[in-house]
Design a protein around this ligand. Sequence first.
Ligand SMILES: Cc1cc2nc3c(=O)[nH]c(=O)nc-3n(C[C@H](O)[C@H](O)[C@H](O)COP(=O)(O)O)c2cc1C
Length: 174
Amino acid sequence: MNFYELAKHRCSIRSFTDKPVEKEKLEYILEVGRVAPTACNIQPQRIVVVQNLNNIEKIKKAYNTFGSQCVLIICRDERDSLIREFDNKCSGDLDIGIVTDHMMLAAREIGIGSVMVGLFDPRIIRKEFCIPEYILPTALLILGYPKNDFLDANRHLVDRKPISETVMMEKYFG
Ligand SMILES: Cc1cc2nc3c(=O)[nH]c(=O)nc-3n(C[C@H](O)[C@H](O)[C@H](O)COP(=O)(O)O)c2cc1C
């Protein structure tokens, strides 16, 4: 698969079998995340790998885990925040998005399904996993073997807006 094909074949999976993600596959996914770019190469990501079923139960209190037996709690270290001086915008969430997307694509390449989750309750995750105040639980990456097939790559013909709706040349219009 070239990169465009890989990108089209990735889809969110929300139903997983109980087959565990093999150690070497998980390590590959984490390694691809490691080489992701971050602002000023500051690498604020801190990732808690959760595979113990008792701990998966703890995550379920914060969000659905869709039957997965492998969840990454992707946090960012607030002490590593890079702030844009003009409007105080922090680049940390962008960094986490890029690291997570790298891992989702790596997972798809090796046949592992994933869904990125932002709508979990961070207070529960913080408490259950003893995460200190300066570490912000930002996303969950739920991984596993899909119960059903990956979605058809052609869905993007209708699932995504056409370029003409999202891209402008030279100046903003509309
Ligand atoms: C930043 C971000 C947060 C997301 N949060 C959730 C979530 O909380 N729950 C969920 O089921 N899916 C979540 N998703 C998955 C999106 O709903 C999904 O990517 C989108 O609908 C496009 O579908 P696709 O991933 O199959 O292409 C999130 C995706 C992103 C990028």
